[in-house]
Design a protein around this ligand. Sequence first.
Ligand SMILES: [Zn+2]
Ligand SMILES: [Zn+2]
Length: 173
Amino acid sequence: MHVDIVPIGDVSAQVKREASTALRAVYECDVTVQAPQALPDSAYDGGRDQYRAETLIEIASRVGAGEKNIAITPADLYYRRRNFVFGLAYLNGNGSVISTFRLATSTDGGIQSRPAEEVFADRVRKEVIHEIGHTFGLEHCGNSKCVMSFSPTVREVDVKEQLLCGTCSKQLF
Ligand SMILES: [Zn+2]
Ligand SMILES: [Zn+2]
């Protein structure tokens, strides 16, 4: 299995490294990183000052050379009626996206005893593992510790581990 990371906009070397490491560790896949792509004007909504998540998934699928592809962007994303999303993927699709925009905010009740950069890096890894999990056919999991649990706030992201629970894992391996 080959997963390709497609940076869209100015993505730091650290974020690319965290994402690659996390995907290799959990899915035992090969991971490559594409050259950075420009943020698409066509996906920008000036009224919201946000980008449409679906368009970035299309770019991940088009530019990425993997069986599964994930766009990573610092831009804030929205999807349909949701005010923002940390990420988006279609079940069993080959494209997905995560945004680091809201992952850098301080915790709102989660783990606060650790350096902010460490908490941010953990969130990036969890979100990448989560969205690629959807492309492998995994749905949301009821176990709040499982990386596939639905986590619309950073607090819930911080509760998750960077691992699939036994039930989710069994569906893949
Ligand atoms: Zn999800
Ligand atoms: Zn699970």
